[in-house]
Design a protein around this ligand. Structure first.
Ligand code: ZN
Length: 320
């Protein structure tokens, strides 16, 4: 006779948790992760968790836009951790962090028919230097109250797609190097260029590198820049409304052909305009989950430039 042993296995009954029980708290310092936003150079961070009144970074303060704080990070910002501030409408202060990463910007070769814009004559070099000083002074004013909401209006009707040329490191005719600090839209010559928001024209002028250029102050520290226009429809000091014509698309200044260059400075930081034209919800938000994609590597240092005087534009400039 064979003894058959029956083994009874008592399976543990697992997973019978109470519905709706609170998940365990994360072990990280309270609020540390939830108060951080990861940004690349040239991006704008967003903090919408409070009814915001005032925002702060770099020791500066500026007004919230529709009760949301935005933190612009310059295309050449130092990588690392920067403290950000938000003061809500009850006067309470909140502190967070922007973690800024360097970007390995793409290198692009450009061909210009006119070598005048590559190897500058002493007169042109002097002119470009003088105009740069004039332009940099435009970004030193008090920010005031925002006269815009996001998204901004398109700078031209039926705006064509841009090939993401923000930040590209350009070499002109194998010599002059500069970084592209805005976006070029392939809008046809002669089409109207329009204000992205209400504002005051800070400067409408013909400049050596950027051609016919219009700088508009939209309040809240935001300035839009429209370059290479064929003609100007506004003058310095004019008040403009969102969508108002500023001039016509052209190819003046250092341009390979007709197109619309749009650049934005926010609290003097040169930022990518594209997400601000489409949706602020595309911006990275304080408290969102850390990004999982591989981070871009350290930006390569710009090489010294050979050739004519002032062929390299200083890295605090706005490039066309
Ligand atoms: Zn451009």
């Amino acid at each position: 006779m064979v003894n058959m042993r029956v083994v009874v296995v008592l399976a543990g009954i697992a997973g019978c948790g109470l519905l709706g029980a609170a998940p365990a708290e994360e072990s990280a310092a309270p609020g540390a992760q939830s108060r951080t936003v990861q940004l690349d150079q040239g991006e704008v961070g967003r903090w919408s968790g409070f009814a915001a009144r005032t925002c702060g970074m770099y020791g500066k303060r500026w007004a919230a836009v529709d009760a949301v704080c935005y933190y612009p990070v310059d295309i050449g910002a130092k990588p690392g951790r920067h403290e950000i501030l938000l003061e809500d409408q009850d006067g309470r202060s909140h502190t967070g962090w922007a973690e800024v990463s360097a970007v390995d910007w793409p290198e692009v070769e450009m061909e210009l028919a006119d070598d005048r814009f590559v190897t500058l004559s002493p007169e042109d070099a002097e002119r470009a230097k003088r105009e740069r000083t004039e332009v940099l002074a435009l970004f030193k004013g008090e920010p005031g109250e925002p006269r815009f909401s996001l998204p901004l209006a398109d700078p031209a009707r039926d705006l064509p797609r841009n090939e993401n040329d923000f930040g590209s490191r350009r070499t002109f005719n194998g010599k002059a190097k500069s970084q592209h600090t805005g976006r070029d839209y392939p809008v046809a010559e002669g089409r109207p260029v329009r204000a992205v928001a209400d504002g005051t024209v800070l400067l409408a002028a013909d400049h050596f590198l950027t051609g016919n250029s219009v700088y508009v102050d939209h309040g809240g520290g935001l300035v839009s820049m429209n370059f290479h226009l064929d003609s100007l429809a506004v003058k310095t000091g004019d008040e403009v409304e969102r969508g108002q014509e500023l001039g016509k698309v052209g190819a003046t200044g250092r341009a390979t052909g007709p197109h619309l260059h749009l650049g934005l400075r926010w609290m003097a930081q040169r930022v990518d305009p594209e997400p601000l034209l489409t949706s602020p919800l595309k911006l990275h938000e304080v408290g969102e989950a850390p990004r999982t994609e591989a981070r871009k590597s350290e930006a390569s240092a710009a090489e010294p430039v050979e050739g004519g005087p002032a062929a390299k534009v200083p890295d605090d400039s706005d490039e066309g």
